[in-house]
Design a protein around this ligand. Sequence first.
Ligand code: NAD
Ligand code: UGA
Length: 444
Amino acid sequence: MKICIFGAGYVGLVAAACFAESGNSVIAVDVDKSRIDGLKEGIIPIYEPGLKEMILRNQAEGRLSFTTEMTEAVQASLVCFIAVGTPPGEDGSADLKYVLGVARNIGQAMNGYKIIVDKSTVPVGTADKVREAVKAELASRNVAFEFDVVSNPEFLKEGAAIDDFMKPDRVVIGTDNVRTAEIMKELYDPYMRKQNRLIVMDIRSAEMTKYAANAMLATRISFMNQIANLCDCMGADVSAVREGIGSDSRIGYDFLFPGPGYGGSCFPKDVKALIKTAEECSYDFLLLKAVEDVNERQKEVLADKLITALGSPDEEQPLTGRTVACWGLSFKPRTDDMREAPAITIIERLLAAGATVRAHDPEALKEAKKHFGDRIEYSTNQYAILENADALTIITDWSEYRNPDFDRIKSALKSPLVIDGRNLYKPDRMAAAGFRYLPLGRCG
Ligand code: NAD
Ligand code: UGA
């Protein structure tokens, strides 16, 4: 099938590579010329495991190309995907200017029947706006080509994006006609190997499904973060509690890991946008407001623990003269994405408290420098930043932190204090090794 994808970001690039991988002819379009020039040269603008190899292979075999030329891309394609950003506007609602901009571009370029597929995360009702925008362009050109608009939200996770796309738990197709549903089924058929979970529904329900999924996952995380904080107060172990509740098949084990708050380009913005959508129809989404509030507070928990352990909470800059080493900056492992990363809030708080901060991350140092500049120190060596530091704080659960050289950590630190925002180690072993170990919600 001939496809073009607008937006060569996390979702657009992964979708482009994966659609090409199953034999489709794919053109990825972006307005960012330097990004497209780089991609033509084989420079992949994001870190996502397996993506580079897949792009290079499909590019070499002639199934995948990159361009800024929108008209050519649209005219060469039957299916046009919109995979551009939908960042939060000032009031928290999803800003649709990029999505509607692409809709207008498609309307200006169309030369026959097209299926326009919304893959960006967009509020209920956006497909209607896309349809209107395309119609207006066609009317201004005095042409009347047929087209359909489909909602096909994306559920991939960064760090596991290729796998999620190639073997999805489900693919949701929101459409108002059978012809389009059949074409979309054909396109996605090669990805139904794990299980045949292509779910066809009406467009509005598909748009809502995406927000409901992210809001549900965010709710589980905030719930578990509060249980962990309560475990801290009560001397219970949140890991045991997770096992205890996860074994109930109605609950399950996933997305119940406490941490420094959820981050990334999606949960924070999508929770906000759904609250805003509810407000627009005068519905007060109380639960989600609490989820968001809990998440903001959770980002303070690691800094609170550090200040309690190292400083006097009453002083204005209780960490003056202290050095804190941070492991992990990206919002989750296996990505260089720093968007809404809890590390930003945590490190800003440590700096405001007077601390000197040193940081290590396997992939995100370049992105981190955009946030912190020279206000913190960076190293590509996870042990180098520990020399004479007053504490080690673990913010992101990269696999290289899971089984480190504890002797080396202990001898490098000035005092053997480890604040673990990801519960990577066994509290009794850490105590036996002479560490003062402060995880989230775990007794020794
Ligand atoms: P991104 O910021 O990584 O990429 C967006 C790209 O679109 C950029 O390269 C930008 O230059 C380009 N762009 C903007 N306007 C354009 C235009 N008119 N024509 C062509 N390109 C244009 O965004 P992303 O993370 O890929 O997210 C895209 C959408 O997918 C969002 O709605 C997001 O919520 C959703 N989503 C993201 C993920 C994820 O893991 N990142 C997962 C599921 C869904
Ligand atoms: C999330 C969803 O998992 C995807 O299904 C969805 O497509 C995507 O958002 C999106 O809409 O963009 P992603 O943001 O890449 O994917 O990462 P997740 O693995 O979901 O993690 C999000 C945040 O939650 C991270 O900060 C992570 O550390 C945190 N988290 C996750 C926890 O604190 N505890 C958990 O148990 C799981």
